[in-house]
Design a protein around this ligand. Structure first.
Ligand code: GLA
Length: 372
Protein backbone atom coordinates (compact mmCIF):
# COMPACT_ATOMS: atom_id res chain seq x y z
CA UNK A 1 0.00 0.00 0.00
CA UNK A 2 2.71 2.41 1.10
CA UNK A 3 4.70 1.58 -1.98
CA UNK A 4 1.68 2.31 -4.21
CA UNK A 5 1.18 5.67 -2.57
CA UNK A 6 4.83 6.56 -3.01
CA UNK A 7 4.78 5.54 -6.67
CA UNK A 8 1.55 7.49 -7.23
CA UNK A 9 2.99 10.56 -5.55
CA UNK A 10 6.16 10.26 -7.60
CA UNK A 11 4.10 9.99 -10.77
CA UNK A 12 2.00 13.01 -9.84
CA UNK A 13 5.06 15.06 -9.05
CA UNK A 14 6.73 13.95 -12.31
CA UNK A 15 3.72 14.94 -14.38
CA UNK A 16 3.06 18.14 -12.49
CA UNK A 17 6.70 19.04 -12.93
CA UNK A 18 6.35 18.30 -16.61
CA UNK A 19 3.22 20.39 -17.00
CA UNK A 20 4.74 23.08 -14.88
CA UNK A 21 7.68 23.33 -17.28
CA UNK A 22 5.33 23.32 -20.21
CA UNK A 23 3.06 26.01 -18.87
CA UNK A 24 5.76 28.16 -17.34
CA UNK A 25 7.84 30.38 -19.49
CA UNK A 26 11.42 31.53 -19.60
CA UNK A 27 10.41 35.15 -19.14
CA UNK A 28 8.28 34.49 -16.05
CA UNK A 29 10.88 32.28 -14.46
CA UNK A 30 13.74 34.68 -15.02
CA UNK A 31 11.71 37.83 -14.49
CA UNK A 32 13.12 38.47 -11.00
CA UNK A 33 16.65 38.41 -12.40
CA UNK A 34 16.97 39.77 -15.94
CA UNK A 35 15.17 40.11 -19.26
CA UNK A 36 15.16 37.04 -21.45
CA UNK A 37 15.54 38.22 -25.00
CA UNK A 38 15.60 36.75 -28.47
CA UNK A 39 16.80 37.82 -31.89
CA UNK A 40 13.93 37.69 -34.35
CA UNK A 41 13.80 37.49 -38.14
CA UNK A 42 11.45 38.56 -40.94
CA UNK A 43 9.30 35.44 -40.72
CA UNK A 44 8.58 36.17 -37.06
CA UNK A 45 7.87 39.79 -37.75
CA UNK A 46 5.58 39.18 -40.71
CA UNK A 47 3.75 36.32 -38.99
CA UNK A 48 5.00 33.81 -41.60
CA UNK A 49 6.49 31.70 -38.82
CA UNK A 50 3.38 31.42 -36.70
CA UNK A 51 4.73 28.86 -34.23
CA UNK A 52 7.92 30.85 -33.80
CA UNK A 53 5.73 33.88 -33.05
CA UNK A 54 3.93 31.96 -30.33
CA UNK A 55 7.21 30.99 -28.67
CA UNK A 56 8.40 34.59 -28.77
CA UNK A 57 5.20 35.86 -27.18
CA UNK A 58 5.25 33.24 -24.47
CA UNK A 59 8.89 33.01 -23.51
CA UNK A 60 10.62 36.29 -24.21
CA UNK A 61 10.24 39.80 -22.83
CA UNK A 62 12.89 41.45 -24.97
CA UNK A 63 13.49 41.38 -28.72
CA UNK A 64 16.43 42.30 -30.97
CA UNK A 65 16.13 42.39 -34.78
CA UNK A 66 18.52 39.83 -36.26
CA UNK A 67 19.10 41.73 -39.50
CA UNK A 68 16.47 44.30 -40.42
CA UNK A 69 18.00 47.28 -38.65
CA UNK A 70 21.47 46.75 -40.03
CA UNK A 71 22.60 49.63 -42.24
CA UNK A 72 22.41 47.75 -45.56
CA UNK A 73 18.76 46.93 -44.90
CA UNK A 74 17.39 49.99 -43.17
CA UNK A 75 19.35 52.60 -45.16
CA UNK A 76 20.27 50.91 -48.44
CA UNK A 77 20.70 54.08 -50.48
CA UNK A 78 21.73 57.55 -49.48
CA UNK A 79 18.23 58.99 -49.71
CA UNK A 80 16.24 55.86 -49.05
CA UNK A 81 15.34 54.42 -45.68
CA UNK A 82 13.44 51.18 -45.44
CA UNK A 83 11.49 51.28 -42.22
CA UNK A 84 8.67 48.90 -43.02
CA UNK A 85 10.01 45.73 -41.33
CA UNK A 86 11.49 47.77 -38.50
CA UNK A 87 8.09 49.39 -37.89
CA UNK A 88 6.48 45.96 -37.60
CA UNK A 89 9.30 44.76 -35.35
CA UNK A 90 8.80 47.69 -32.99
CA UNK A 91 5.00 47.29 -33.06
CA UNK A 92 5.37 43.64 -32.12
CA UNK A 93 7.51 44.54 -29.13
CA UNK A 94 5.18 47.32 -28.05
CA UNK A 95 2.15 45.07 -28.24
CA UNK A 96 3.61 42.86 -25.54
CA UNK A 97 5.42 45.61 -23.61
CA UNK A 98 8.76 44.06 -24.37
CA UNK A 99 12.17 45.63 -23.84
CA UNK A 100 13.06 46.53 -27.42
CA UNK A 101 16.67 46.58 -28.56
CA UNK A 102 17.96 48.27 -31.70
CA UNK A 103 20.79 46.50 -33.50
CA UNK A 104 22.97 48.12 -34.72
CA UNK A 105 23.91 51.70 -35.69
CA UNK A 106 27.63 51.65 -36.52
CA UNK A 107 29.22 48.43 -37.77
CA UNK A 108 31.68 47.75 -40.57
CA UNK A 109 29.81 44.63 -41.66
CA UNK A 110 26.47 44.44 -43.46
CA UNK A 111 27.03 48.07 -44.30
CA UNK A 112 25.39 49.61 -47.39
CA UNK A 113 27.75 49.79 -50.40
CA UNK A 114 27.05 53.49 -50.99
CA UNK A 115 28.56 54.27 -47.58
CA UNK A 116 31.65 52.24 -48.30
CA UNK A 117 32.41 54.46 -51.26
CA UNK A 118 32.97 57.47 -48.97
CA UNK A 119 36.60 58.34 -48.34
CA UNK A 120 36.39 61.79 -46.82
CA UNK A 121 36.46 61.91 -43.04
CA UNK A 122 34.14 64.88 -42.50
CA UNK A 123 31.68 63.51 -45.03
CA UNK A 124 31.55 60.06 -43.40
CA UNK A 125 31.12 61.65 -39.99
CA UNK A 126 28.18 63.66 -41.34
CA UNK A 127 26.66 60.56 -42.95
CA UNK A 128 27.04 58.58 -39.73
CA UNK A 129 25.39 61.40 -37.80
CA UNK A 130 22.50 61.63 -40.21
CA UNK A 131 22.01 57.86 -40.11
CA UNK A 132 21.93 57.80 -36.32
CA UNK A 133 19.62 60.81 -36.13
CA UNK A 134 17.20 59.41 -38.69
CA UNK A 135 17.09 55.77 -37.57
CA UNK A 136 17.14 56.36 -33.82
CA UNK A 137 14.86 59.34 -34.24
CA UNK A 138 12.28 57.22 -36.03
CA UNK A 139 11.87 55.07 -32.92
CA UNK A 140 12.58 57.61 -30.23
CA UNK A 141 10.81 56.64 -27.01
CA UNK A 142 9.98 53.20 -28.42
CA UNK A 143 13.34 51.47 -28.59
CA UNK A 144 14.72 51.01 -25.09
CA UNK A 145 18.37 50.33 -25.85
CA UNK A 146 20.63 50.55 -28.93
CA UNK A 147 23.81 48.72 -29.86
CA UNK A 148 25.51 51.93 -30.93
CA UNK A 149 28.85 50.48 -31.99
CA UNK A 150 29.34 46.83 -32.88
CA UNK A 151 32.63 44.93 -33.03
CA UNK A 152 35.21 47.73 -32.93
CA UNK A 153 38.00 45.58 -31.48
CA UNK A 154 40.67 43.19 -32.69
CA UNK A 155 41.40 40.06 -30.70
CA UNK A 156 44.48 41.67 -29.16
CA UNK A 157 42.40 44.50 -27.76
CA UNK A 158 43.56 47.16 -30.23
CA UNK A 159 40.98 49.01 -32.30
CA UNK A 160 40.00 47.16 -35.43
CA UNK A 161 41.01 49.01 -38.60
CA UNK A 162 37.44 48.95 -39.76
CA UNK A 163 36.03 51.16 -42.48
CA UNK A 164 34.89 53.76 -39.93
CA UNK A 165 38.26 53.69 -38.17
CA UNK A 166 40.17 54.14 -41.39
CA UNK A 167 38.09 57.04 -42.67
CA UNK A 168 37.14 58.92 -39.50
CA UNK A 169 39.84 57.74 -37.10
CA UNK A 170 39.48 56.26 -33.60
CA UNK A 171 37.10 59.04 -32.54
CA UNK A 172 34.28 57.56 -34.57
CA UNK A 173 33.25 55.59 -31.47
CA UNK A 174 32.92 58.66 -29.29
CA UNK A 175 31.14 60.55 -32.08
CA UNK A 176 28.62 57.74 -32.55
CA UNK A 177 27.76 57.61 -28.85
CA UNK A 178 27.43 61.39 -28.68
CA UNK A 179 25.10 61.53 -31.67
CA UNK A 180 23.01 58.72 -30.21
CA UNK A 181 22.71 60.52 -26.90
CA UNK A 182 21.71 63.72 -28.68
CA UNK A 183 18.83 61.91 -30.36
CA UNK A 184 17.37 60.18 -27.32
CA UNK A 185 18.84 60.97 -23.94
CA UNK A 186 16.74 58.36 -22.16
CA UNK A 187 17.62 55.45 -24.44
CA UNK A 188 20.26 53.01 -23.17
CA UNK A 189 23.42 52.99 -25.28
CA UNK A 190 25.64 49.92 -25.63
CA UNK A 191 28.95 48.70 -26.97
CA UNK A 192 28.53 45.15 -28.34
CA UNK A 193 31.22 42.65 -29.42
CA UNK A 194 32.20 38.98 -29.52
CA UNK A 195 34.98 37.21 -27.60
CA UNK A 196 34.74 39.86 -24.87
CA UNK A 197 35.59 37.16 -22.34
CA UNK A 198 39.14 36.82 -23.70
CA UNK A 199 41.57 38.82 -21.59
CA UNK A 200 43.20 41.06 -24.26
CA UNK A 201 39.89 41.86 -25.91
CA UNK A 202 38.25 42.41 -22.54
CA UNK A 203 40.98 44.91 -21.68
CA UNK A 204 40.36 46.63 -24.99
CA UNK A 205 36.64 46.95 -24.27
CA UNK A 206 37.33 48.23 -20.78
CA UNK A 207 39.67 50.83 -22.28
CA UNK A 208 37.02 51.99 -24.77
CA UNK A 209 34.41 52.27 -22.04
CA UNK A 210 36.72 54.07 -19.62
CA UNK A 211 37.77 56.52 -22.33
CA UNK A 212 34.15 57.33 -23.11
CA UNK A 213 33.38 57.77 -19.44
CA UNK A 214 36.44 59.99 -18.90
CA UNK A 215 35.25 62.23 -21.74
CA UNK A 216 31.80 62.46 -20.23
CA UNK A 217 30.19 60.44 -23.02
CA UNK A 218 27.19 58.38 -21.96
CA UNK A 219 27.47 54.59 -22.25
CA UNK A 220 25.01 52.41 -20.34
CA UNK A 221 26.10 48.90 -21.01
CA UNK A 222 28.27 46.34 -22.67
CA UNK A 223 26.90 43.49 -24.73
CA UNK A 224 28.93 40.32 -24.52
CA UNK A 225 27.89 38.37 -27.59
CA UNK A 226 27.60 34.80 -26.35
CA UNK A 227 28.63 32.92 -29.48
CA UNK A 228 30.16 30.14 -27.42
CA UNK A 229 30.79 26.40 -27.65
CA UNK A 230 30.70 23.35 -25.42
CA UNK A 231 34.18 23.97 -24.01
CA UNK A 232 34.92 27.60 -24.54
CA UNK A 233 34.90 30.04 -22.83
CA UNK A 234 35.72 28.76 -19.39
CA UNK A 235 33.18 29.46 -16.69
CA UNK A 236 35.86 31.44 -14.85
CA UNK A 237 36.40 33.70 -17.86
CA UNK A 238 32.66 34.35 -18.13
CA UNK A 239 32.39 35.15 -14.45
CA UNK A 240 35.48 37.35 -14.32
CA UNK A 241 34.28 39.27 -17.35
CA UNK A 242 30.83 39.94 -15.92
CA UNK A 243 32.45 41.25 -12.75
CA UNK A 244 35.06 43.33 -14.60
CA UNK A 245 32.50 45.08 -16.82
CA UNK A 246 30.12 45.64 -13.99
CA UNK A 247 32.87 47.34 -11.99
CA UNK A 248 32.81 50.08 -14.62
CA UNK A 249 29.38 51.01 -13.34
CA UNK A 250 27.53 49.86 -16.45
CA UNK A 251 25.00 47.14 -17.22
CA UNK A 252 26.23 43.80 -18.49
CA UNK A 253 24.23 41.93 -21.12
CA UNK A 254 24.71 38.60 -22.78
CA UNK A 255 23.45 39.67 -26.16
CA UNK A 256 23.82 36.90 -28.71
CA UNK A 257 23.72 33.61 -26.88
CA UNK A 258 24.06 30.36 -28.83
CA UNK A 259 26.26 27.35 -28.15
CA UNK A 260 27.55 25.49 -31.17
CA UNK A 261 27.87 21.71 -30.94
CA UNK A 262 29.64 21.32 -34.28
CA UNK A 263 33.34 21.06 -35.03
CA UNK A 264 35.03 24.30 -35.84
CA UNK A 265 37.23 24.37 -38.96
CA UNK A 266 39.74 26.58 -37.16
CA UNK A 267 40.34 23.83 -34.60
CA UNK A 268 41.49 21.36 -37.23
CA UNK A 269 45.22 21.15 -37.33
CA UNK A 270 46.43 22.88 -40.46
CA UNK A 271 42.87 23.59 -41.54
CA UNK A 272 42.46 26.00 -44.35
CA UNK A 273 39.25 27.84 -43.61
CA UNK A 274 38.80 28.51 -47.30
CA UNK A 275 38.87 24.79 -47.96
CA UNK A 276 35.56 23.35 -49.06
CA UNK A 277 34.02 21.68 -46.01
CA UNK A 278 30.47 21.82 -47.27
CA UNK A 279 30.21 18.20 -48.21
CA UNK A 280 32.28 16.89 -45.32
CA UNK A 281 30.50 14.43 -43.01
CA UNK A 282 33.15 15.01 -40.41
CA UNK A 283 32.20 18.68 -40.21
CA UNK A 284 28.46 17.96 -40.20
CA UNK A 285 28.23 14.98 -37.86
CA UNK A 286 24.53 15.23 -36.86
CA UNK A 287 22.56 15.91 -40.06
CA UNK A 288 19.42 14.09 -38.84
CA UNK A 289 19.29 14.37 -35.07
CA UNK A 290 21.39 15.33 -32.09
CA UNK A 291 22.56 12.24 -30.22
CA UNK A 292 21.51 12.14 -26.56
CA UNK A 293 25.12 12.14 -25.44
CA UNK A 294 25.71 15.55 -27.05
CA UNK A 295 22.30 16.92 -26.07
CA UNK A 296 23.20 16.13 -22.45
CA UNK A 297 26.52 17.96 -22.76
CA UNK A 298 24.74 20.95 -24.27
CA UNK A 299 22.16 21.00 -21.49
CA UNK A 300 24.85 20.79 -18.83
CA UNK A 301 26.76 23.61 -20.49
CA UNK A 302 23.65 25.80 -20.49
CA UNK A 303 23.04 24.90 -16.85
CA UNK A 304 26.57 25.88 -15.82
CA UNK A 305 26.39 29.14 -17.69
CA UNK A 306 23.00 30.08 -16.30
CA UNK A 307 24.24 29.30 -12.80
CA UNK A 308 26.81 32.05 -13.29
CA UNK A 309 24.23 34.42 -14.76
CA UNK A 310 21.97 33.85 -11.76
CA UNK A 311 24.79 34.26 -9.27
CA UNK A 312 25.54 37.66 -10.85
CA UNK A 313 22.01 38.66 -11.76
CA UNK A 314 22.45 41.96 -9.94
CA UNK A 315 24.98 42.93 -12.64
CA UNK A 316 23.16 41.48 -15.66
CA UNK A 317 20.20 43.27 -17.22
CA UNK A 318 19.46 40.92 -20.13
CA UNK A 319 20.29 37.54 -21.64
CA UNK A 320 19.33 37.35 -25.32
CA UNK A 321 19.34 34.15 -27.38
CA UNK A 322 20.43 34.57 -31.00
CA UNK A 323 17.44 32.90 -32.62
CA UNK A 324 14.21 31.28 -31.46
CA UNK A 325 14.89 27.65 -32.32
CA UNK A 326 17.68 25.51 -33.75
CA UNK A 327 16.35 25.77 -37.29
CA UNK A 328 16.61 29.59 -37.23
CA UNK A 329 20.21 29.78 -36.19
CA UNK A 330 22.86 31.46 -38.36
CA UNK A 331 25.15 28.68 -37.09
CA UNK A 332 23.55 26.29 -39.61
CA UNK A 333 25.37 28.31 -42.26
CA UNK A 334 28.44 29.71 -40.59
CA UNK A 335 31.36 29.15 -40.73
CA UNK A 336 30.38 26.38 -43.14
CA UNK A 337 27.20 26.51 -45.16
CA UNK A 338 24.47 23.89 -45.03
CA UNK A 339 25.19 22.17 -41.71
CA UNK A 340 22.70 21.11 -39.05
CA UNK A 341 23.46 22.77 -35.73
CA UNK A 342 21.62 22.64 -32.39
CA UNK A 343 22.73 25.74 -30.48
CA UNK A 344 19.50 26.97 -28.84
CA UNK A 345 17.07 25.76 -26.17
CA UNK A 346 14.12 25.05 -28.50
CA UNK A 347 14.40 22.39 -31.20
CA UNK A 348 13.33 22.52 -34.84
CA UNK A 349 9.85 21.37 -33.83
CA UNK A 350 9.48 24.35 -31.50
CA UNK A 351 9.77 22.07 -28.48
CA UNK A 352 11.85 22.76 -25.38
CA UNK A 353 15.08 20.79 -25.27
CA UNK A 354 16.90 19.32 -22.27
CA UNK A 355 18.81 22.57 -22.00
CA UNK A 356 15.54 24.47 -21.58
CA UNK A 357 14.42 22.17 -18.79
CA UNK A 358 17.75 22.42 -16.99
CA UNK A 359 17.95 26.20 -17.07
CA UNK A 360 14.38 26.42 -15.78
CA UNK A 361 15.32 24.06 -12.94
CA UNK A 362 18.43 26.09 -12.22
CA UNK A 363 16.32 29.21 -11.78
CA UNK A 364 13.76 27.41 -9.61
CA UNK A 365 16.55 26.04 -7.43
CA UNK A 366 18.16 29.44 -7.19
CA UNK A 367 14.94 31.11 -6.12
CA UNK A 368 14.22 28.38 -3.53
CA UNK A 369 17.69 28.72 -2.05
CA UNK A 370 17.28 32.49 -1.84
CA UNK A 371 13.97 32.23 -0.08
CA UNK A 372 15.24 29.75 2.52
C1 GLA B 1 27.38 39.33 -35.03
C2 GLA B 1 26.40 40.46 -35.19
C3 GLA B 1 25.02 39.94 -35.34
C4 GLA B 1 24.94 38.76 -36.26
C5 GLA B 1 25.86 37.70 -35.78
C6 GLA B 1 25.69 36.49 -36.65
O1 GLA B 1 27.40 38.82 -33.78
O2 GLA B 1 26.41 41.38 -34.14
O3 GLA B 1 24.21 40.95 -35.85
O4 GLA B 1 25.28 39.13 -37.56
O5 GLA B 1 27.15 38.23 -35.86
O6 GLA B 1 24.38 36.24 -36.99
Amino acid sequence: MRKTIIITLAAISFFSCKTQHQSQSLQETFNPYFYIGVAINNAHISGGDYDGGLLIKKHFNSITPENIMKWEQIHPEQNRYNFSFANDFVALGEQDSMFIVGHTLVWHSQLAPWVQAISDSARLDAVMKEHIYRVMGEYKGKIDGWDVVNEALNEDGTLRESFFFKVIGPDYIKQAFEYAHEVDSSCELYYNDYNLVNTPKREGAIRIIKELQAQGVKIDGVGMQGHWNLNWPSLEAIEESIIAYSELGIKVMITELDITVLPNPWDLEGADVNQNFEESEKMNPYPNFLPDSVDILLAKRYEDIFNIFLKHHDKISRVTFWGVHDGDSWLNNWPIRGRTNYPLVFNRNYKPKRAYKLIMKTAEKYSQEKSE
